[in-house]
Design a protein around this ligand. Structure first.
Ligand code: SAM
Length: 235
């Protein structure tokens, strides 16, 4: 887009990763496309014609309102127990679908994400939704969850949704496919130390799992809430 400068993206850079403006679409890999009217950044995959990937909190919130998405019915809200836990830390933000829902239900969300491209997409979405009251306390912490957890915490409950490393029969949604190609699938074992650390604090921890998988790192939850494809293990 004529007139777009690298400085327009400076605020999206995390962890020393800078984005450069190019005039030609790259032939391979991923790139950001900037839509100046909405100040929207979308992630595109080279060589495809789909609309790419973006995050839009306002659209999502309208959708939740139309759906009458209730914290008393939804498994995620019930697993976190939002009535008693207002400050939630989502340790694996991703595209903030879950974190956005928690904010929609009134939680004060701190979301941790180590991938700079994913973090930038959500940051751009937050900047576009800066007038949305429920998102005013939503903060992104760029980096590793272990570094976040090493800091003093004022969190009521933690949420963990690691990339599913188990093969699932249904094809993942486009979002999950982009994420799976962009972000390296972690080894479940990397979550053992953070889980044990949180358990020592006595704070609530909710882990999202594929319904048929065992508990993360073999650590038995206190109880479980089951959905059709997934379940939430509560520690
Ligand atoms: C399955 S996605 C989470 C999806 C998210 N619940 C949503 O609703 O969009 C997992 C995300 O967590 C991030 N992640 C995984 N391990 C992490 C770690 N140790 N520290 C910080 N971020 C991590 C990955 O980069 C990825 O974006």
């Amino acid at each position: 887009v004529a007139g777009v400068q690298a400085a327009d993206f400076a605020s999206l850079s995390f962890g020393g990763v800078a984005f450069h403006v190019v005039n030609e679409k790259p032939a391979e890999g991923f790139y950001f496309q900037f839509f100046p009217e909405a100040c929207e950044v979308r992630l595109q995959r080279a060589g495809t014609r789909d609309k790419g990937l973006g995050v839009d909190f306002e659209k999502d919130f309208e959708h939740y309102k139309a759906q009458k998405l209730s914290p008393h019915k939804e498994l995620l809200a019930r697993a976190v127990n939002l009535d008693d836990h207002k400050k939630i830390c989502d340790l694996t933000m991703g595209l903030a679908q879950d974190a956005g829902k928690l904010a929609y239900w009134g939680a004060e969300v701190t979301a941790v994400e180590r991938d700079p491209v994913v973090a930038a997409l959500v940051k751009n979405a937050l900047e576009r939704a800066k007038n949305v009251e429920k998102l005013k306390t939503f903060t992104i912490h760029f980096g590793e969850m272990r570094d976040f957890l090493a800091q003093p915490q004022t969190v009521d409950a933690y949420y963990l949704d690691p990339m599913f490393s188990h093969k699932r029969s249904a094809l993942p949604k486009k979002e999950m496919q982009y994420l799976a190609d962009l972000v390296e699938a972690p080894d479940d074992e990397e979550y053992r130390a953070p889980m044990e650390l949180i358990r020592k604090t006595g704070r609530r921890l909710v882990v999202k799992r594929p319904k048929l998988a065992g508990p993360l790192c073999g650590l038995e939850p206190r109880h479980t809430l089951e959905g059709k494809m997934i379940r939430f293990d509560v520690y």
